[in-house]
Design a binder for this molecule. Structure first.
Ligand SMILES: [Fe+2]
Ligand SMILES: [Fe+2]
Length: 134
């Protein structure tokens, strides 16, 4: 069983962005698999560090493009990114002291965040600004 499944409505219509979004989903699924099989704290810690770095870089790129184009929903979109990064940091803290609690946060909150963010904030942003051209 995987945690997150790519859905056609997540597509923002720009190959590079869809690729990065799929990559983020794959990383979270790999982390979820890891937690289901052996719960190796070092491996989980490493996964979380990589996920945080990949997602931060993706958000920084989107925010840079939004500022460049004076995007009207910049604040709300950036706030939602901050919310996810907070959740990932919280996940790292919880995993360190309570791996089971960390898994439920991963399963319930992160999967919901991705499906909502991709199909709302990101689809509006990328629909308005074709990031592949900038
Ligand atoms: Fe995105
Ligand atoms: Fe976004």
């Amino acid at each position: 069983m995987t945690l997150l499944t790519w859905e056609p409505e997540y597509s923002v219509g720009i190959e590079g962005v869809d690729f990065e979004h799929r990559e983020m989903i794959e990383m979270l699924n790999a982390l979820y698999e890891e937690t289901r099989h052996r719960m190796d704290p070092d491996a989980i810690d490493q996964f979380l560090g990589e996920i945080h770095a990949t997602i931060s870089a993706h958000f920084a790129l989107e925010e840079c493009v939004m500022r460049k184009f004076d995007y009207d929903e910049y604040e709300a979109h950036k706030d939602d990114h901050e919310e996810l990064l907070d959740q990932i940091r919280e996940l790292m803290d919880i995993f360190a002291r309570d791996p089971e609690g960390g898994v439920s946060l991963l399963r319930e909150r992160l999967s919901a965040w991705f499906s909502v963010h991709f199909s709302t904030f990101d689809s509006r942003l990328h629909g308005k600004l074709d990031m592949s051209r900038h």
